[in-house]
Design a protein around this ligand. Structure first.
Ligand code: BYC
Length: 483
């Protein structure tokens, strides 16, 4: 079935892509490696580079036993290049080339488009590491500190994954793009990361958990869409990345869930029945639910921008070219070419938000965004709102309307409240603080961010997890801070 399920773990770069037999590629990657390590030391997790961290490392691409756990110093992490096993005789599943054998080389006519998709995907990975680099100093426990670093090293491995594709298949341009992936900086005025949400800050742990819940979930959707690609190396790379991505979303889902759990327990203990009594709740040293709703509003709306415009010829071209499919394309029952199909799209018409049918090909970003919203909303119901309901509070975290707080696409030009009611600029300014975190909200959250570094202890604003990592007990020393 597979040409390369065995991982070569002996060389400098663990891989299952036959690096030993490809000296040109190996040399290119080895030349890139020192610059990568400089980037990691300079822009990666601040302050913990020499500490031993209990990390998961991918050592196989088989579903069973693909990772091993052990203590490692982050700069010595084995960032490898791993592709999911090849599917024998794989055929392209959508677009103009549907039914043709999947490409093992870049089709010349689509070179620029494919390179652009890989570069955009690759750019988000180091960006998120940069955004999160200051969080180690305020971790609420050793367990959380370790999870942060796990997410960071795996996002960095995802950078390796995209750099491999660039170096192997795109010659000199690919090498240049690989260098630029190390030189752009999240939030930098002169050389920012490519997509908006990756230039925002992640100032506190609630933001980190919201980011991994909402923005990593965009990662999941985009990787799924790319894993359908007719370009087989991209498809296999993304398929394996998805294995790691699941843990990142778990960190966000359970992180926010544990904050909610702690807040609800503290309110119960103090006899508070009204979760919107913000000052009384905050006096308990926990995060109030309305502030969590505002953080969710912010991260959800920033993440929606990552889907691009509702109507997009770029998306239609990438689909037609059989480069980027839909979420679970291979499970959809239609012609997979969308020549005559339509898809309902929310648009701004004569100053009103209306739903209208658009050509399905042009509406692919919208469709992926809808799939994303369904996925996020069901996770919120199953996790966060269940915790609140079990504690007996009359409060639900809700996703805001898609027109709320947008910078990209149809609704970038207007203001809307979280229900989708359009607001004038003046009313938006007046009511904005009720929808999005204010300086005061952020200062309150910041005031809670004190590091907790004793084994088995947790900050007062977050509940312990149900289970440890890799079956380890609650008081396990996930990061060895001494020595
Ligand atoms: N910010 O046709 P349009 C992840 C640009 S997250 C700035 O509307 P298109 C992760 C766009 O580039 C997943 N610019 O959109 C998560 C285009 O410019 P050009 C990352 C933006 O191209 C957590 C123009 O506007 N992967 O993995 O259909 C931690 C018109 O664009 C933005 C991908 O995104 C923006 N938000 O769709 C770590 C997959 N949006 O080309 C990692 C690869 C649009 O005319 N990327 N623009 O100069 C893509 O599929 C597409 O590029 C996008 C945009 C979905 C991003």
């Amino acid at each position: 079935m597979s040409d390369a399920t065995t991982v070569d773990y002996d060389g400098m770069i663990p891989n299952n892509v036959g690096l030993n037999a490809d000296p040109r590629l190996r040399r290119a990657l080895e030349r890139w490696h020192p610059g990568y390590l400089d980037w990691w030391r300079d822009r990666g997790p601040e302050g913990f580079q020499e500490k031993l961290v209990y990390l998961r490392t991918a050592v196989s691409v088989e579903p069973e036993g693909w990772a091993k756990f052990g203590f490692v110093r982050m700069p010595e992490y084995r960032w490898g290049i791993l592709l999911a096993p090849a599917v024998e005789d794989r055929k392209i599943g959508f677009g103009t080339h549907k039914g043709e054998p999947a490409w093992q080389e870049v089709p010349g006519e689509y070179r620029a488009m494919l390179r652009r998709l890989i570069v955009v995907q690759g750019d988000t990975e180091p960006a998120s590491v940069e955004q999160q680099r200051h969080l180690g100093s305020t971790a609420p426990s050793l367990y959380d500190l370790r999870n942060l670093f796990q997410v960071n090293v795996e996002e960095a491995r995802h950078l390796w994954a995209m750099v491999y594709l660039l170096q192997k298949y795109f010659g000199r341009d690919g090498r240049e793009e690989a260098e630029e992936l190390l030189s752009r900086r999240s939030g930098d005025r002169d050389s920012p990361r490519l997509l908006g949400a990756f230039n925002e800050t992640t100032p506190d742990w609630l933001s980190f958990f919201m980011f991994t819940f909402f923005t990593d979930r965009d990662g999941k959707m985009q990787l799924h869409a790319l894993s359908q690609s007719g370009f087989d190396p991209l498809s296999r790379t993304c398929r394996f990345m998805l294995t790691e991505e699941a843990h990142h979303m778990f960190v966000g889902q359970s992180g926010v869930g544990r904050i909610i759990e702690r807040s609800c327990a503290a309110m119960r203990e103090a006899g508070i029945d009204d979760p919107t009594d913000i000052q009384r709740v905050r006096a308990l040293g926990v995060v109030d639910l309305p502030t969590m709703q505002k953080k969710a509003n912010l991260h959800f709306s920033l993440t929606l921008d990552l889907f691009g415009s509702e109507i997009s010829t770029n998306a239609a071209n990438a689909f037609n070219a059989s480069l980027k499919g839909r979420y679970l394309e291979d499970q959809i029952d239609d012609d997979h070419q969308l020549l005559n199909n339509t898809y309902p799209v929310l648009r701004l018409k004569d100053g009103r938000i209306v739903k209208e049918d658009a050509a399905a090909l042009s509406a692919l970003n919208m469709r992926l965004r809808d799939d994303y919203i369904a996925d996020a909303s069901s996770a919120i119901e199953r996790w966060w709102n269940r915790i609140i309901a079990r504690a007996g509070f009359d409060f639900r975290i809700k996703l805001p309307h898609v027109a709320f707080n947008r910078r990209i696409g149809e609704f970038a030009a207007i203001h809307a409240d979280p229900h989708g009611n359009m607001l004038g600029a003046e009313e938006w300014r007046r009511r904005r603080d009720a929808f999005l975190p204010t300086t005061e909200d952020n200062l309150f959250i910041e005031s809670l961010m004190r590091p907790v570094t004793e084994r088995g202890d947790f900050a007062s604003w977050i509940a312990p997890p149900r289970a440890g990592i890799d079956g380890m007990p609650g008081n396990f020393e996930y990061v060895k801070l001494a020595g």
